[in-house]
Ligand binder design. Structure first.
Ligand SMILES: [Fe+2]
Length: 309
């Protein structure tokens, strides 16, 4: 297993060549020191998805731990656990059938003015097989576009709509919804299509399942372009897949990835807890030049050098 040598306090192992890393050797509930905590955040910036293994969280110390990453984003749809304003419990019982929550490539709350910057999901009860979560990189999606396509999209806005969000969540019989959750249906927001990450400067394509149209184009004209962008964004070579274990805390850089829950564990129980950390209003990339080496690309170069030596 490849270990990223840039990390001294924690063990960081890339999952695929595109994104994602397993992290071991840290107990987040035990308030790790600042240097260790900074390494966890750095791993998230570099890999965009991290699965922190062997954690011992309960909803209370989970909320306290998550607050260290920044203010909570709020969630206009899902009702939190009683007494825990920022923790949502997802339960799937063995007898449950139908869609699982989050079953389709999406970005969490993309239709908010500031979509969450980090989503965290903690696995308490995990099926012995199945129930994985797949992620794909919008940074790689940007890098896969031709200069002509980048130039066409640069400077344009995408209209993201909450229409249908309430209905999808209302189908989940075990999921509590906020009293005003239906307001999501009327929510629309414009985000730049080509964005720059405010921390890393990486360019990414802001495409999501709720992107309805592109500025300057009709809906009919927008539709095939959005479909094309989703096709590029969900190419298998841009994926990683998290296999859960009880005690896994998965965190993702929500605006830079899409994710989908897999519905393949009927007959098993699954209990997870989600919270979201505030993000930023997406920032338009200042130009269409390819970003300098991404941190992940730099790691690959380092490994190439090491292997060649
Ligand atoms: Fe999600």
């Amino acid at each position: 297993m490849l270990r990223d040598p840039r990390f001294k306090r924690i063990d960081v192992s890339p999952i695929t060549g595109a994104l994602g890393a397993d992290i071991r050797g840290v107990d987040l509930a035990a308030s790790p020191d600042e240097e260790t905590f900074r390494e966890v955040k750095k791993a998230l910036d570099i890999y965009h998805v991290v699965a922190v293994r062997d954690q011992q969280l309960n909803p209370h110390n989970y909320q306290a731990m998550a607050a260290r990453f920044g203010p909570f984003s709020g969630n206009p749809v899902h009702a939190p656990m009683e007494g825990l304003e920022h923790i949502i419990q997802f339960i799937r019982e063995p007898s449950d059938t139908g869609k699982v929550i989050g079953e389709d490539w999406h970005m969490d709350l993309a239709w908010m003015v500031k979509p969450p910057g980090i989503t965290m999901l903690y696995g308490e009860v995990i099926p012995p097989v199945g129930g994985d979560t797949c992620f794909t990189s919008l940074v790689h999606a940007y890098r896969a576009l031709s200069p002509g396509m980048r130039a066409m999209l640069h400077g344009r806005m995408g209209l993201h709509s909450g229409k249908g969000v309430f209905a999808i969540n209302a189908m989940q019989s075990r999921l509590g919804l906020r009293k005003d959750a239906a307001n999501a249906e009327e929510t629309e927001v414009e985000h730049p299509l080509i964005c720059a990450h405010p921390v890393t400067g990486e360019r990414y394509v802001f495409v999501s399942s709720v992107l309805r149209s592109i500025s300057g184009l009709t809906e009919d004209e927008s539709r095939p372009i959005i479909k094309y962008l989703m096709d590029v964004a969900t190419r298998p070579e841009f994926h990683c897949r998290i296999r859960w274990e009880p005690g896994t805390l998965t965190m993702w850089d929500n605006p830079c990835v899409l994710h989908t829950a897999l519905n393949d564990y009927t007959g098993f129980r699954r209990v997870t807890y989600r919270t979201t950390i505030e993000g930023w209003a997406p920032v338009a990339a200042p130009d269409i030049n390819e970003a300098a080496n991404t941190p992940l690309a730099a790691l690959h170069q380092l490994n190439t050098l090491e292997l060649a030596a």
